[in-house]
Design a protein around this ligand. Structure first.
Ligand SMILES: [Zn+2]
Length: 378
């Protein structure tokens, strides 16, 4: 593929499509938005499924649209003075790559957002990226109409993951209460409450079965979840340790204890040899910096909401920072989300609480309240 000079539009030769693509490209445009934002809109015939890659020299964002046919008739429409200087499409098997050549490296574009918009008026399904470099690029003209503003057209989709299950009991309390059972009960209660409030809710498991971490994250992806919440209960060598904690994903743990906890929670996959083999390469296939940034910002926002809501419900917090980060396998997806350790089964009083229906209801109410306050931006 050749990239021409600044401002040029390159249409890559599209080979004859030898597969039955479900999706097709219908539009490709950029626009300058208020506040110096650059908007990239990729319009498709059905809801797009995508992954991202990032290439340097020149800085390019590659959007891989799965099972999508390109269209040589779709000419990119480029607004001048934005962070995108050219757009091209390239068919790679059944995947269509949209290549956006950027005027800055991705690390200089710290504030980015990705949205999938449903058809609205004359517009079809759209994958929308908003890039912001912090300082406003000098937008001289706006030649392209921007995508329609976001509008609530469907209920938010939430995937609730009850940790562990089947051969993996998770933490075990002093009286033999098992994490896998407690979190399943809480997950089911939470689903009932959220169903009543009009959310579309899926559970990764609704019975005592073992699922590897990749399968759990995959359920969120498959259902195009807007939010993923993984429920756990903790154990600590110190029987005095108690309280909840909320985690978001990061490559590096925020502290040594968080790393130990992630190791313990991730260890379950080692029981399932096949699952673990499949999981490892996926970790290496780390999400692009851009996507990670957008997902982690939303995840932290949600995690902070859960923490706040628990505290205002009088639920004991584990000593230490309210929000922590660790490389949890189950959070490895493109969906914003958090892992909540509801409390410590290793603490006698808290084991009793976690097993009580009233306390479980309090936990569910507090999580539902945080979800109610979360800005889904659909
Ligand atoms: Zn756990």
């Amino acid at each position: 593929m050749k990239i021409a000079g600044c401002g040029a539009v390159v249409i890559t030769f599209l080979p004859r499509i030898a597969f039955a693509a479900r999706n097709s490209l219908q539009g490709l445009r950029t626009g300058a938005q208020p506040g110096g934002k650059t908007r990239l809109v990729i319009e498709t015939s059905i809801r797009p499924s995508y992954s991202l890659d990032y290439l340097s020299e020149p800085a390019r964002l590659v959007v891989n649209l799965s099972n999508t046919a390109g269209a040589s008739g779709v000419k990119p429409s480029l607004a001048s003075g934005t962070l995108i200087k050219s757009l091209s499409q390239e068919q790679v098997g059944d995947k269509l790559q949209i290549i956006a050549t950027l005027t800055k490296s991705i690390s200089e574009i710290p504030k980015s957002q990705i949205m999938i918009l449903e058809p609205n008026g004359d517009s079809g399904h759209r994958l929308v990226f908003d890039f912001s470099a912090g300082t406003a690029p000098a937008a001289t003209t706006t030649t392209t109409a921007a995508a329609a503003p976001t509008k609530k057209t469907r209920p938010p989709v939430i995937v609730i993951d009850a940790g562990h299950g089947g051969k993996d009991p998770g933490a075990i309390g002093r009286t033999g209460i098992r994490e896998k059972n407690i979190v399943l009960t809480v997950a089911k209660k939470l689903k009932t409450r959220l169903d009543e409030r009009g959310y579309k809710v899926f559970l990764t498991r609704d019975k005592d079965i073992f699922l590897n971490l990749d399968t759990r994250a995959g359920i969120a992806e498959k259902n195009h979840a807007d939010l993923f919440i993984s429920l756990h209960a903790n154990a600590n060598p110190s029987r005095d340790m108690k309280g909840f904690s909320v985690f978001t994903l990061s490559k590096k743990a925020s502290d040594e204890e968080a790393q130990k906890l992630a190791d313990a929670e991730n260890a379950a996959d080692k029981i399932d040899v096949d699952g673990f083999k499949k999981f490892e390469p996926n970790i290496k296939l780390a999400l692009s910096a851009l996507q990670q940034h957008a997902v982690s910002e939303l995840s932290v926002e949600f995690a902070a909401g859960v923490s706040k809501s628990f505290k205002s419900a009088g639920i004991a917090q584990q000593p230490g920072p309210a929000l922590r980060q660790a490389p949890f396998g189950v959070l490895r997806s493109t969906i914003p989300g958090a892992l909540v350790e509801l409390g410590h089964l290793s603490n006698a009083a808290e084991e009793k609480l976690l097993n009580s229906s009233d306390h479980q209801d309090n936990l569910v109410k507090a999580i539902a309240r945080a979800i109610g306050k979360y800005d889904f931006d659909i």
